[in-house]
Design a protein around this ligand. Sequence first.
Ligand code: SF4
Ligand code: SF4
Length: 336
Amino acid sequence: MKTIIKALAKEQGFDDCRFARAVQAPHAGEYFAWLETGNHGEMTWLGRDPARRADPARVLTDAKTVLVVAMNYFQGNNPRQLKGKIARYAWGADYHDLMLRKMAPIDVYLQNNGGRQKCYVDTGPILERDFAATAGLSWQGKSTMCLNERLGTWFFIGVILTTLHIEADPPVKNRCGTCTRCIDICPTRAITLPYQLNARRCISYLTIENKGPIPVEFRSAIGDRIYGCDDCLEVCPWNRFAKETRETKFQLPARLEILTLGQLALLNDDEFRALFRDSPVKRIKRAQFVRNVCVALGNVGTREDGSVLMRLASDPDPLIAEHACWALEQIRNREG
Ligand code: SF4
Ligand code: SF4
């Protein structure tokens, strides 16, 4: 059964497929302690019934095995890029739908063998990274991200809980060693200690999960990033082994490459929705997106961006207006 599932996963384009026993997540205690610190910020769903999140049997009665798949999304060293940085994982198609579609044939195979399953990509009440580590698919680096010897850090994880018993794989060793590059590079000091992330300081959180204003103390450090941050991944030495993905849908569409920050800032609701229809970026609303673009313009914009920002400074949405005013002030201070 294991051999057939691995072959099915490969056929669907997954780069790895491993198995863990569906027991309590080994780092459940650390997870509960992290929640106590409040460092998950506005991501309140993470704190909802954490005991359930750590125990697959509470999510799927009689769960016996956690099957973990990985899909490489590394677009290579000379990819198409947007003006204004977007985290690599969000360049192309929405991976949630794409991965779930590719996991479906595995689910069907398990059903045909008498299993009941639950399939998740990111959104399930399960500590995916912990199970990926137990299954030997990856280890959790000091950045708190998953690392795989072959894929580096550039991969998505999908999880299938099943009631079928399938032999577990051995875990892999943590190979971060004495390296601290991810901690040292972090522009906002969000990795407070090895394996400890204060999400409230992280640019990914500030530009995606955070719905309100971006605290002024972090705005300069955000630079020209408009959705997420990859700094702690870009510097990871394990990424030197990363190979370009076979999935072309993870490339940035050409229609996005040509847009300037000024044009992105002036998108209306319909244009924003149409432009990012198939992208993970659609997760945030236009107001949050324009807020992020204003911060980027404040950091890298010039006098030429002044007219765009002036228009946004009187936007009826106070979130946009305040960030546009901040950006204007930055450009004025820089260029006189
Ligand atoms: S994503 Fe960026 S801000 Fe967040 S921990 Fe990594 S380097 Fe720091
Ligand atoms: S940058 Fe270094 S410490 Fe950080 S995850 Fe990669 S190997 Fe581990």
